[in-house]
Ligand binder design. Sequence first.
Ligand code: ADP
Ligand code: MG
Length: 554
Amino acid sequence: TETSENRPFEADVSRLLHMMVHSVYSDRDVFLRELVSNAADACEKLRYEAITSPELLGGDAKLDITIAADPEAATLTIADNGIGMSRDEMIEALGTIARSGTRNFVDRIAQAEGREGAQLIGQFGVGFYSAFMVASKVEVISRRAGSDEAWQWASDGKGEFSVSPVALEQAPARGTCVVLHLTEEAKSYAERWTLERIVKEQSGHVPVPISFIEKPGEEATSLSDGAALWTRSKSEITVQEYTDFYRSVAGQYDEPALTVHFRAEGRHEYTALAFVPGARPFDLFDADRKGRIKLYVKRVFITDDAELLPRYLRFVRGVVDSADLPLNVSREMIQDSPLLSAIKKGVTNRLISELSKLAETDAEAFGKVWENFGAVMKEGLYEDFERREQLLSLARFKTTASGEATRSLKDYATALKENQTAIYYIAGDDATRIANSPHLEGFRARGIEVLLLSDPVDAFWVASGIDYEGKPFKSITQGTADLGLIPLLDTDAAPSSEAGEDIVALIAAMKDVLGDEVADVRASDRLTDSAVCLVASESGPDRQYERFLAASGR
Ligand code: ADP
Ligand code: MG
């Protein structure tokens, strides 16, 4: 169908657009970074496809991005000669929300109150649709590489968009051109110094060159050469440059908490530049648990879908550039390549050792990292046996002795009581509730430290038969407490756990009444003030783990 057609946006897109248009975001600059990054992605996709289909490049192998302003008409155009979009791709890409993470994110923004929502958008950006923060109308003209059709998409962001064919003379020879009709308040985005400032700040390290045309008829001047930052040597790169690059590669606007940049030489040659974000990425708890490290081969972007890091490090952002992988490797084959496993191992080891170093040299900074990502890294305790020891020594916990701070297992080990045979923990979803549990009474009275575990993943790793320096992890809500060998701190308060005659009679009566409802009734060292508590049996799952299994339908 070669005619113009109006189509409704998917409902979630309409919601998102409504939020874009009607909220006042303090930092609208992010729209440009989103559009430039799409243009760069399109160039990188073409560069990749051209490895196997060089004819796609036609006579024009120099990929670039041009930002053209027209202050008088109040328009701003972002053009690239990348892969372009067919009609169907346009309808799909610019009418729906593709990634589930983005969809959840939109829900969160909608639920957050004004300022918090603005911060969320400012921190992560929301892709193409952010154009409507500054434009009352957006036109996208695109011609897919190798195609002899060109299409135009247009919308005022109010529920509908149109798609219509464009004569080839009016279309770019290849790629995409996004034209923004700026709103009155956003007119400054057609001015030279504003644009220069934002591009340098946000997109200076995009690996595709960017040039600028100040007004119609002017020559293009270069804003950024598109050189890959990671190829430069560490000593020549400033903290600000790293931060800018992190922001453009991660799609986040915070400061990285840790930057790891190294070149591996010898058997495998590659460069890695990886960042631990300063804030949680919004898709951290997505079901697919995918990482987003970008894989390059000799500076050509290949994929961000190769699993370059274990899942429990999926919050790490950055690039790996391999010198050894063949350029024409297919994305499917990469996953099984032994080279990739070697890279994965090397980068993972390096990241973990840098995290350990940070934990030693700057406990506060590491504490922040653990607060953001500890719940994810703990997945490694049962998924990565090889690095379990290292991960256990990185782990930080709230305990009955930690107060506001956190404690490591090493700290815990130095505070062990004589005759203490296990590392005790209590697990639950509500941190306050578990800290006030009656199960803790007998442990508090003996000065025995108990780990307070409130992340959903906790129930899982403690149940995986793990130990620390020969001491097993033991739930205090399960089995017998075995505290008889450890004396009470205040012996006056000592209730005897030796069951006297009265107790024996009481227990018999209780068993009679409760019948099959309980497996056993017994006297316990566990309590000092409360009369009774429920515990799980020694051999079965812990109570929190039982709930976890029930909730996940297992
Ligand atoms: P994301 O970049 O995270 O996929 P966006 O909302 O920024 O999300 O863009 C949505 C999709 O629109 C892209 O995945 C891409 O398929 C398409 N797209 C946007 N801009 C361009 C462009 N300049 N060239 C080719 N495709 C584009
Ligand atoms: Mg994008």
